[in-house]
Structures are given as C-alpha cells and as structure tokens.
Design a binder for this molecule. Structure first.
Ligand code: NAD
Length: 360
C-alpha cells in the first residue's frame, strides 16, 4: 500500500514555503520510487475561515490515518483578537496532543556556507551541530487549571500549571538518550530544579533512565545557564533534552546561532515513529504574500520526514545535499543573504533545490 502524507500549509508564509517543499517531496518520491500519495487540507486561521475552528474533526481524522504530516505554520494578525480557545495556535497544540507527538526534534546545524549569517563570531559557531529534544505534549502549555480569576481585592490574577508525570518524563528522556547514541554520545538535560517541583522530578527520572544508557555522558543544566551557554560556547552541546516551554525558548535561541530561523526544520514524533514535520519558525505575517520567505526549513523538514517516518536515509541525505549545493551556488533568500550572494525569492529557491536534487 502506498504511503500517505497529509499536507497542511496553514497561514501567512505557510502556503508559499509548503508549495516548494511539496515540489521537493514529489520529486524525491519519483526519483527514489517511494510511491507517496499526498492529501491536502487546512489548519489554523485557514481552518477558522473555512470551518470556524482551527482544526476540524475531519482534518484530525485524516491526520490520524496518514503515515506523516507536513505542516507550514499557523497564525496571523487576522485571527489575533478571536477567543483564545479557537485561536490558530490551538489547532496546532491540538493536533500535536491528539496524535501523541510528544517528541520534538529540533536540530540547529550551521551550514558552513552560512557561517557569516550568524550574529555570533565565526569561530564560536563554525561546525555547530546541536539537537534539541523538546517535550511537546505536556507541561505548562497543556496544564490545568489555567485561567484568570478575580482576587478579593478586585484585582484580576492569571495562572497556569506546569505538571509532568514520571511516564511523560521517562519517554522523552529515552528519546534524548537514543538520539545521543546515534550522535556524539553526550546528553544535557535542562531544567530549573533549584526552583520548580516539576523540574526536581524531571531530574530524578532522567537519572533513572540514564542507568539504561551507560555509554552516554549525561549532564544537567539549569535553563538560565543553558540560555547563556548557548551563546557563550554552543559547541559544548550535542543533544539537549528539555521540557515544553524551555525547549520552545531554547530552540529559538539556538536557531539564531545558525543565522536564520528560516533554515531550521523540526520533527514531532509519537511512540511509533509517526510524525509531523514543520519548520521551527512561525507564519511570518510581516513577509507573507511577498514571495521572499525562505523555504529551506520546510524542505529540510521533508528530509527529516523521509529519515524518521519512512527510514529513507538515502533520499533524506539527497535532499540535504541538494540544499547544500544550492547554498554553494550562492543563492540566498533575504534572511540569509550576505554581500556577494545572489538574492532569490521563495519559488526560485525551491526550483533550485528541485534542479539540484534532479541532477544528483
Ligand atoms: P515568526 O517565526 O513567524 O517570525 C519571526 C521573524 O522571522 C519575522 O521577522 C519573520 O519575517 C522571520 N521569518 C520567519 N520565518 C521566515 C522564513 N521562512 N524566511 C524568512 N524570514 C522568516 O514568529 P512571530 O513573528 O513571533 O509569529 C508570527 C505568527 O506565527 C504568530 O501568529 C505566531 O503565533 C505564529 N507562530 C506559529 C508557529 C507555528 O506555526 N509553528 C510558531 C511560532 C509562531
């Protein structure tokens, strides 16, 4: 039976970058005889406009059926003022939690061709290759109770809850250790165990899981220190495992080490390797519709999909190589452009990757 992939472009630059990634996916399917069948649907603001909710039941049902999902990005000013529970981002949180996608892999790799696009000095970032493993379906973004209440003095007070169970921590810790095993064999667990009860349990469980991985060098770091170390000496890290909110923030910070958030893919996996693949960045409303967004993060998300959901290592590596060739040719979208390079738009960049992949 053919492998089914659901494409959810989303909002803002989502449809523009996803269109380029789909071209690459279709070519990879043809070139490596993967026989993928693609389905298309809406999520986020586009789904609110069509169905009144950011994730329709029919879309969720389709997402459950397919083998992998490719997502652009959701959100934008048009939907910023609507009720919190049906905002575009809720659709994203819902699909992640409903599909049980608890393991978010966010690589921060600096392509040597882009060393000058980083805001840090070349020697600090050259050769950077970090993987952030972020817990994605628990913690403060999902915890209850949450809300706003009125205090006795009439003032409003807002509150959130940060819960983590042992099993939630154990399964994400395992992902961290397993990723470290196929990389540099170093795992840094990031928490705030000096202040938070959830972090104290996190650290305890990570220590227990470590017993099963004696080949991995485990360290612990408080999140404030980790934020500092990431800009001071980022190459000290191999794999970082952390909770949902800390991972959200640290992975954006790590992305800037590489020059642009427009270069960074991500994978969100369930316990069986089914995954949703999306760029780390948002829907970039400030540049939406202009044809200038960088599609490479989404194209590299396709490569992660081939590697993690379909075990097509050769096809995945070919896409990465095609991206590298295009950077070698000096083609750059605005976000990664530097003196002496040729500035191109979203479609030209996608076409160049397709051409490079075809010629490999
Ligand atoms: P953003 O990532 O969309 O944009 C931040 C900056 O990076 C902007 O200046 C943008 O132009 C630039 N940028 C992002 N992607 C780019 C690309 N591919 N090429 C070139 N430049 C790029 O973050 P934001 O501005 O904080 O959020 C905008 C909207 O996206 C909000 O509605 C937010 O809720 C949503 N959002 C969605 C996701 C997601 O869908 N996974 C993630 C983050 C933010």
């Amino acid at each position: 039976m053919s492998k089914q992939i659901l494409i959810l472009p989303g909002d803002g630059i989502g449809p523009e970058i996803t269109a380029e990634a789909v071209k690459v996916l279709e070519l990879a399917s043809e070139k490596f005889s993967l026989g993928f069948e693609l389905h298309h649907d809406v999520i986020g603001g586009a789904a609110i406009d069509r169905h009144g909710v950011p994730l329709a039941d029919s879309t969720l049902a389709l997402a459950r059926k397919v083998d992998a999902v490719l997502l652009g990005a959701v959100g934008g000013p048009k939907w910023d003022k609507i009720e919190r529970d049906i905002r575009p981002e809720r659709g994203l949180l819902k699909i992640r939690s409903q599909l049980g996608l608890f393991g978010n892999l966010r690589p921060a790799i600096l392509y040597p061709q882009l060393a000058d696009a980083s805001s840090l000095k070349r020697d600090i970032v050259a050769g950077l290759d970090i993987l952030i493993v972020r817990e994605l379906t628990g913690g403060i973004y999902f915890g209850s109770p949450r809300g706003t209440r009125e205090l006795e003095n009439g003032e409003r007070q807002a509150y959130d809850t940060l819960p983590y169970s042992e099993s939630e921590i154990r399964r994400i810790a395992k992902v961290g250790f397993e990723m470290a095993q196929v990389r540099g064999k170093k795992l840094c667990s990031v928490d705030k165990a000096n202040v938070l009860a959830s972090s104290q349990l996190w650290r305890e469980v990570v220590e227990q899981v470590a017993q099963g991985y004696p080949d991995i060098e485990l360290s612990h770091m408080y999140v404030d220190n980790a934020a500092m170390q990431l800009v001071r000496a980022p190459k000290q890290f191999d794999v970082i495992v952390t909770d949902n909110m800390f991972g959200d923030i640290l992975s954006d910070e790590a992305s800037m080490l590489t020059g642009s958030i427009g270069m960074l893919p991500s994978a969100s996996l369930d316990a069986n390797g089914k995954g949703m693949y999306e760029p780390c960045h948002g829907s970039a409303p400030d540049i939406a519709g202009q044809g200038v967004a960088n599609p490479l993060a989404t194209i590299l998300s396709v490569s992660m999909m081939l590697r993690y959901s379909f075990a097509q290592t050769e096809a995945a590596a070919a896409i990465e190589q095609a991206v590298s060739r295009v950077l070698d040719q000096g083609l750059r979208t605005g976000d990664i452009w530097s003196e002496g390079c040729k500035k191109v738009g979203t479609r030209e960049m996608g076409d160049a990757v397709v051409a490079a992949l075809r010629n490999l």
